[in-house]
Ligand binder design. Sequence first.
Ligand SMILES: [Zn+2]
Length: 397
Amino acid sequence: MAQAAPADQQEPLPLDPRTAPVPRYGQASLSDLLPAIATAQGLKGPETALSLQPADRACVFLVDGMGWEALRAHPEEAPFLTSLLPSSLNGTGTALTAGFPSTTATSLASVGTGLPPGRHGLPGYTALDPDTGRLMNQLRWQPWTDPFAWQPYPTVFQLAHAAGIEASQVSAPHFENTPLTRVALSGGTFHGVLSAEDRMDVAAAQLAAADRALVYTYYAELDGHGHRYGMDSDAWRGQLMYVDRLAQRLAEQLPPRSALYITADHGMVDVPSTPEARFDVDEDWELNAGVAQLGGEGRMRHLYAVPGAARDVHYVWQEVLAGHAWVATRDEAIELGWFGPQVDDRVRARIGDVVAAMSGDAAVVATEREPKESALIGMHGSATPAEQFVPLLEVRT
Ligand SMILES: [Zn+2]
C-alpha cells in the first residue's frame, strides 16, 4: 500500500461521474442529424428536437476525426470550412456532440440509424458479446455475429429510400457490404469510389440525379494521421488542408435546392508519451485484478469483471485513475444517460460492469494486448469537449 502523502502533495480525489459532460441526445447530437434532415425533407423518422431548413437534396459529408475544437484552432489550414463557422460573416455552423463513446463505429451507427448508442447497440470500439463472452471489434465486426440481431433497427437511409427519396452512400469500395455498413449506412445505392476527389464529384452527381436525394459521403484519413502523428503535426495539418479542399470541391458542385452538411464522427486528444499519461493495464496488477475482459479503447474503457469482482474493480479504478477519469458502474453510466436516454435490454450487458472515461489527456493502454493501439499519439473515445464536439457546417444553394 502507498504511504499517506504529505499534506502538500495530496493525492487527487476520484472524479464524480455525475460531473462528466453528457452528449446532447435528442437535441444536438450525431443521432439527431439524419432525423432532422429527413424531417426537413418531409419524412417521418426518429424524433429529434434538432431543426434544419427544408431542402429537397441533402448531402452529409462526414470527415473522420475532425473535432470542432481542432477545426476552430486551424483557420489557416481550413479557410473554406472556417468561412462556415459561426464566427465568420455568413457562417451558420454549430457544434453537435458525437455521443458516447466518441468512436467511429458508435458514431457511424448513431448517424445512420438516427438513434443513440443505447438503442443501436454499438457501444464502443470493442465491446463484450454477452452470448459468447468474447470481445467484439465493432469496426471490423470480429468475431462475426449476426449483424441484424446486433443492430435490428432500420437506417434513416432505408426509411428515406422507402419513402421515394433517392438515398445513396459514396465511400471507399472496401466498405461496401461490411457488416458495419450494412447495419449503419445502408439503404438505397452504395457507390464504391477509390479517390476522395472522385467521391465528391459522384456525391454531387447523385444529388443532381433526383428531385429528392439523401447522399452520404466519407473521408477517413484525417483520423488516421491524427492517430499516427498527433494533431500537432505537419501530417495532420496537411490532411486538414486536403479536407478543406474536398469540402469546397463538393460545395461548388451542389445542384439547386441542396443542403450540404459537413460533420465528423468525433474529435481527438493527443496523449503525451510520458508514463504518467499512459496507464498500462498490462503492467499494473492493480488495474488488471478482477478484469476478465478489457474493452473500449485508451480513452474509454469497458471493464467486464470476473464474477463477484465488479465492486472491487470499480473501487480500484476510481482510486488509481483519481483525477484522470470519470469511473462509473454500468448502472450509473446508464442512469446518467451516457449512452442515451434509453438503453435497450439487449444492449445492457454489452456495457462494461465498470466504465472509465478519461477526463484529461491521459489514456489507459494495454501494451501487450493492444500493442498497435497503445502506441498511437492521437486518441478518442471519451466525453471531453475535444472528443465530443464535432462541427455541423452547412452550405445551401
Ligand atoms: Zn479514430
